[in-house]
Design a binder for this molecule. Structure first.
Ligand code: AMP
Ligand code: MG
Length: 462
């Protein structure tokens, strides 16, 4: 059913723990992503069969799978934890998709592993649906991300201060290798493992690059572009720990993430981010900080001479701000319909953001109104913008009509968790799959929350 070819499981044993998922009581498929299945070269009907569901639940071993829990470390809110690892996720293996891209298939919520640190190894339905909705919305927006292949309920309860329905997410990624994977080996002084990991990542994600420096430069460029893309749709990741940052440049780990309704640069949603470390406008600085942690792990491979290694790492990291700036300029240029953004245009964009913050304007709607030629009422700003805008075609493809608004995500989760009613989830996934298209029958999905619908806090999936 899965044509597995598991390159990560061929790395030395200290990269992971081998173990199968822990079976669940009564697995039931909530949603299969048929389009993604086909993209992976898999048969959606087979995946929906009893046998397919047993594989996706971890109740039966898919032939060719070599289940592992990957080892990794990470800085969580600035504090280094030398061993995290997949505490509730099992990588079944890798398939090469119809475009020739190698993709991981991982079950999140698949039971305890040697990395569980006392936790239950499971996931609750709410966070699984949240990740399904938001990661697929990101993909539809054209932003690099892990994907959701399937969501299942387990027929078991999980305890999260209260009893909740348990669930599993079958997640797909170009790989699940994180900055924290490098940190795991660096913390152990295992330069040989780092060397192997660099080779593995280069072959998989940066075939055109060479050596540890090429890898570092590649990850810096992709993360700079990624964060600019997030900010172009008002996305706040919420938990940009180094273990939640891939080296492939895909968005990963949709815990307390959220899209802003009203724009403010200091917006924070995560209930655990008391100091605003991962606030909207902080994201480029945090990405750079995380990339510096990656650079540190690579020092022994950048040069035999320590001083030279540090110089090379710093030279690469110095590229982050201009790379981000260029990417952000491109994002804003498309959003504003200005083909080549000058410094003056960037200042004009800055004025728009200031006005949006002052007026508590809705992020998504502001750009849509601009796209649709409606008046914003921000003084003479729009007149000055009109004099500059020369590429209106770009705007329709850069300014989504619908994003996963928190109140809609909550509504879908509540109906599923409280009433086993998945209709709102289904509709939301469907609407968010076409973010740039007019969908008159779903016009209400573009609306911001009413005052009593506003969600101000999001919670981690743990
Ligand atoms: P996250 O906050 O999802 O990025 O997870 C941080 C770390 O906690 C990772 O090592 C996870 O595998 C682990 N973890 C989170 N939730 C659980 C759980 N329910 N059981 C075991 N480990 C978990
Ligand atoms: Mg994580």
């Amino acid at each position: 059913m899965f044509p597995f070819d598991n390159s990560y499981a061929r790395l030395p044993e200290r990269f992971y723990a081998r173990l199968p998922p822990t079976p669940v009581k009564a697995p039931k498929l909530v949603k299969l992503n048929g389009a993604l299945a086909r993209e992976l070269g898999l048969d959606p009907d087979a995946l929906m069969s009893d046998e397919g569901v047993a594989f996706l639940a971890g109740n039966a071993a898919a032939p060719g799978s070599e289940p592992i829990a990957m080892a990794y470390a990470g800085h969580q809110f600035g504090h280094f934890v030398p061993q995290l690892g997949d505490g509730r996720a099992i990588l079944l293996g890798e398939v090469v998709d119809t475009k020739g891209m190698r993709r991981d298939i991982q079950l999140k919520g698949a039971g305890q592993t040697p990395f569980s640190r006392g936790a239950d190894g499971r996931a609750a339905l709410g966070p699984v649906l949240r990740e399904y909705i938001v990661s697929e919305a990101m993909a539809a927006l054209g932003i690099p991300t892990t994907r959701a292949l399937a969501a299942l309920i387990t027929g078991e309860g999980v305890w999260r201060e209260t009893a909740l329905p348990g669930a599993i997410l079958a997640r797909v990624a170009q790989s699940h290798i994180r900055i924290g994977t490098f940190q795991f080996f660096a913390a152990r002084g295992d330069v040989e493992a780092l060397r192997l990991l660099v080779e593995h990542v280069l072959a998989r994600h940066y075939p055109e690059a060479q050596g540890a420096l090429g890898l570092l430069e590649g990850v810096i460029a992709r993360q700079a572009a990624l964060v600019a893309r997030w900010m172009g749709v008002g996305f706040i990741h919420g938990v940009m720990n180094t273990d939640n940052m891939t080296v492939s440049g895909e968005t990963i780990d949709y815990g307390p993430c959220a899209f802003m309704d009203r724009y403010h640069p200091e917006t924070v949603f995560s209930s655990i981010d008391a100091h605003g470390r991962y606030a909207f406008a902080n994201q480029p600085a945090i990405a750079r900080w995380n990339l510096a942690r990656l650079a540190e792990t690579l020092l022994p491979l950048l040069s035999e001479n320590e001083e030279e290694a540090v110089d090379r790492a710093n030279a690469a990291l110095t590229q982050f701000p201009p790379l981000f700036e260029t990417a952000w300029r491109r994002v804003l240029g498309a959003k504003l319909g200005i083909a080549a953004m000058t410094g003056d245009d960037m200042a004009l964009a800055g004025e728009l953001f200031d006005a949006m913050a002052a007026h508590e304007a809705d992020f998504t709607l502001t750009f849509r109104r601009l796209t649709d030629g409606e008046e914003l009422g921000f003084g003479d700003w729009q007149e000055r913008w009109r004099a500059r805008a020369d590429d209106p075609g770009a705007m329709a493809r850069a300014n989504p009509r619908v994003i996963p608004r928190n109140h809609r995500v909550e509504e879908a989760i509540r109906a599923a968790v409280d009433r086993e009613d998945f209709a709102a989830f289904e509709t939301l996934v469907q609407v968010l799959g076409r973010p740039f298209d007019a969908q008159p029958e779903f016009a209400a999905y573009a609306d911001p929350p009413k005052p009593d619908e506003v969600v101000t806090r999001t919670f981690c999936g743990t």
